[in-house]
Each structure stands twice: as C-alpha cells, then as structure tokens.
Design a binder for this molecule. Structure first.
Ligand code: DC
Length: 231
C-alpha cells in the first residue's frame, strides 16, 4: 500500500448529518465536498422516471446502460448531472432516497459509480460522504469518520428539514423509514454500511453542529500533521 490519500471519508446511517457536516468541514479545509448519496439518488431518479421495476435486478442492470451520471463543480458545490441534465434539485425527495437505498444493494449499480467516485478523489483533496467510503471507495483515506446518532434524533432532524422545505410529513413514519433504510444499508451483501476498523466514531446525538465540525477538523489536522499515525 502506498501513502495515505489526502481525503476525509465520512460514512454513517441516514440522517446522521453527513451532508451538513461534510459541507461545513470541506469549506473550512478548502477541499471539495463529494456527496456520493446524490449519485445513487440520480440513478434512482432515472429508474423511477423510466418506470423500471426496481425489485428486478436484471431490469435495473439493463436500464443502467441508459443512465450517464456525472458531476460538475459550480461555485465550489457539487452538481449532479443525469444524461447531461442538472438534476441536483430533484434528488432530495424521500421516494428517491428510499429507492436509492433499495437499488444501491445491486453490485451493478455500485460498480457503475465506483470509478466516478475514485476519479474525483484522485484529482483533488476531498471530503467524501456515503456508506462505504472508508471501507471500499477510499480505503487509503487519511482520515475516516463514522458519523452516527440515535434513530429518534435522526428522524427528528429529517422531519425538521422536510418541514422547513414545506413538505408535509409524519415523524413516526420517517423514523420507520430510517430504521428500514439502516437495516437495508447495513445488511446488503455488497459494500454494506459498517464502521471501518480505522474510522473514528462520532455520535452527534448530543453534540451541536459546531462541536461536530470542530471535532472532525481536529482529527484531519492531526493526520495532516502526522501522516501515518492513527487518530
Ligand atoms: O446519503 P443518502 O441518504 O443521500 O443516500 C441514499 C442511499 O444511497 C442510501 O440509503 C444508500 C445509498 N448509498 C450507498 O449505498 N453508498 C453510498 N456511498 C452512498 C449512498
């Protein structure tokens, strides 16, 4: 194995705050934030739009041939393109997230996105968040964090986010969705959500956003100062 990759891998379950925290940390570091969940969501959007039976692996694998997912950076922010169209604003719907979770279990879907994720990280320092970044996508990442929070806390955060966006929802339903999604993401055969051996666990249940950002920044700075030493 060569040297460590100048990257921060943030993995964790749905609603743990990965996107918010990754964005804030990447801004502080001046590194690019790459939200890999958005890539899976773009694939899900395509499958929903084309009426693909997402329960049928062969059908999904065949449909994938028509989905070209790529990324563009605009004003320092990641935009996701699906067949050349910027679909970033369409990706946050719950249906898209749940479908992304379901189809991300198919190895064909994961393989499709892996090269894209690795090529972005090879080109510049990144804060990359997802489910398998520290374990599969960037196993050589300099710093790895497993970000989590209690399911109830995560459900409440997502509920507030949806309400703020004017989307009516039910907090108990969200909690049930989150628990089902966690189960699927953690129990799939290919690249399940699991804490990497060398990842630092950060439970954000009782921490403010600022505290989480500072904690993670201190891990990165330590590793940048002493490459090779565990955090
Ligand atoms: O982080 P998110 O909610 O936007 O991700 C949506 C789904 O995509 C998630 O439930 C599982 C899948 N995913 C994945 O399997 N691997 C990743 N690296 C990122 C997301």
């Amino acid at each position: 194995m060569g040297g460590k990759l100048r990257a921060l891998a943030i993995d964790g379950p749905a609603g743990a705050g990965k996107s918010t925290i990754s964005e804030a940390v990447s801004r502080e570091l001046g590194w690019l934030h790459v939200d890999t969940g958005a890539m899976f969501r773009a694939v899900a959007l395509y499958l929903l739009d084309t009426g693909t039976d997402t329960g049928n692996r062969e059908e999904v694998a065949a449909a994938l041939k028509g989905a070209e997912v790529s990324c563009r950076v605009e004003s320092g922010e990641q935009r996701i393109l699906l067949n050349g169209e910027d679909v970033t604003e369409k990706l946050r719907a719950e249906e898209v997230g749940n479908t992304a979770s379901a189809v991300s279990a198919y190895p064909e879907v994961r393989t499709r996105l892996l090269a894209l994720q690795r090529s972005i990280a090879a080109a510049q320092p990144v804060v990359m968040d997802g489910r398998d970044i520290g374990t599969v996508v960037l196993p050589d990442a300099e710093t790895k964090v497993y970000l989590t929070a209690r399911a109830k806390v995560r459900a409440l955060r997502r509920f507030r986010e949806l309400i703020a966006r004017g989307e009516p929802c039910d907090v108990l339903e969200i909690e049930k969705d989150i628990e089902e999604r966690d189960y699927r993401d953690m129990h799939r055969k290919t690249a399940p959500l699991v804490q990497a051996d060398d990842a630092v666990l950060v439970d954000t249940s009782d921490m403010t956003k600022d505290e989480v950002v500072r904690r993670i920044l201190s891990l990165v700075h330590k590793n940048e100062a002493e490459p090779g030493d565990p955090a």
